[in-house]
Write a protein that binds this ligand. Structure first.
Ligand code: GLU
Length: 310
């Protein structure tokens, strides 16, 4: 289906924002750290970056939120750019069918996490990004990557979120040490964990996230380009593993690759057509943004965008 005109798309986004804001059921904010537990649940934003450089938005598109696991897709892009296919010796590419912070499969599969988006796999990916560097340089590299992709220098790490992640991240600590016991961490568990907690604490607005996501949508005029193969592969992983245990349902309902985070953000890619960021902090039972997932469903239906279109 053709992309709707920017005017039609903007009116649709305005209506969508009004519809979403009228809702009574917003889901439940993540409550494992106070910085997320204290975010007011009734908030919504959507931004759509188009190939011509325009970004159409509605709702609270200038409010920064904690991108959390959405960061994993950008870390993966950085690592693949740096070491390429070597990463796959250490991490798989299959949906896990277990919760994002599960440890059970790690034992059965000898310390090779199922995919780069579950926490164990994200820790290995961050560990690979760290190799040969100090954490501050690694985090600067990741931030510079995001700023360049979004063409916006105003993207930062929320230090209090990082600190709280560290204080409460017992499962991540366990996962990191378990990976280390199988020889699948090259740096000390503490270094990898510290870097991971900071990457999860990056704050962005939907405008910034939609612009950064253009690298996966492969717009010819995007300020940075991934190789076609890398973009295809990362999109395939987002489609199969990007929504925790709700990945199949998201693919079924929306038909586009996406990566969600417990801060309520979702990055959704319509290859060649749009990079979409939605945010609403209340989560559904799968840990994905409740209103954000519904909004994505509406966008897919209105635009006809789907990787499965004929
Ligand atoms: N910082 C969170 C954790 O590792 C990220 C969770 C998420 O967004 O999936 O537990």
């Amino acid at each position: 289906m053709d992309t709707p005109s920017p005017k039609a798309l903007q009116s649709f986004l305005d209506e969508l924002n009004a519809t979403m804001c009228d809702r009574t059921e917003w889901g439940k904010v993540a409550d494992y750290i106070p910085e997320l537990a204290d975010v007011p649940v009734k908030q919504f934003a959507i931004s759509v970056a188009l190939p011509d450089g325009r970004v159409l938005s509605a709702g609270q598109n200038k409010t920064p939120f904690s991108i959390q696991s959405v960061s994993k897709v950008f870390t993966l892009a950085c690592v693949l750019g740096r070491i390429g296919d070597q990463l796959w010796n250490r991490v798989g590419r299959e949906p896990s069918g277990t919760s994002f912070d599960s440890i059970v499969l790690l034992e059965r599969e000898a310390g090779r996490p199922r995919n780069p988006f579950i926490n164990a796999g994200a820790l290995v990916t961050t560990d690979a990004l760290l190799e040969g560097r100090i954490p501050r340089d690694t985090l600067t590299e990741l931030l510079e990557f995001l700023r360049a992709a979004a063409e916006d220098d105003d993207i930062h790490i929320d230090k209090s979120v990082a600190q709280s992640e560290k204080l409460t991240g017992h499962r991540n600590v366990a996962l990191a040490h378990y990976l280390a016991s199988f020889g699948n961490l090259k740096n000390s568990a503490d270094l990898t964990l510290g870097t991971y907690f900071h990457q999860c604490a990056i704050a962005m607005t939907t405008d910034q996230l939609a612009r950064a996501g253009r690298i996966f949508a492969r717009f010819p005029n995007a300020p940075m380009q991934l190789s076609p193969q890398q973009a295809r592969r990362i999109n395939a992983l987002m489609m199969t593993c990007g929504h925790y245990d709700g990945s199949g349902d998201f693919a079924f309902r929306v038909g586009l690759p996406g990566k969600s985070g417990v801060g309520g953000g979702i990055l959704i890619i319509a290859p060649g057509k749009a990079s979409i960021a939605v945010w609403s902090p209340g989560l559904n039972n799968y840990g994905n943004s409740q209103v954000g997932t519904e909004a994505a469903n509406h966008v897919a239906r209105f635009t006809g965008w789907s990787v499965f279109e004929g």
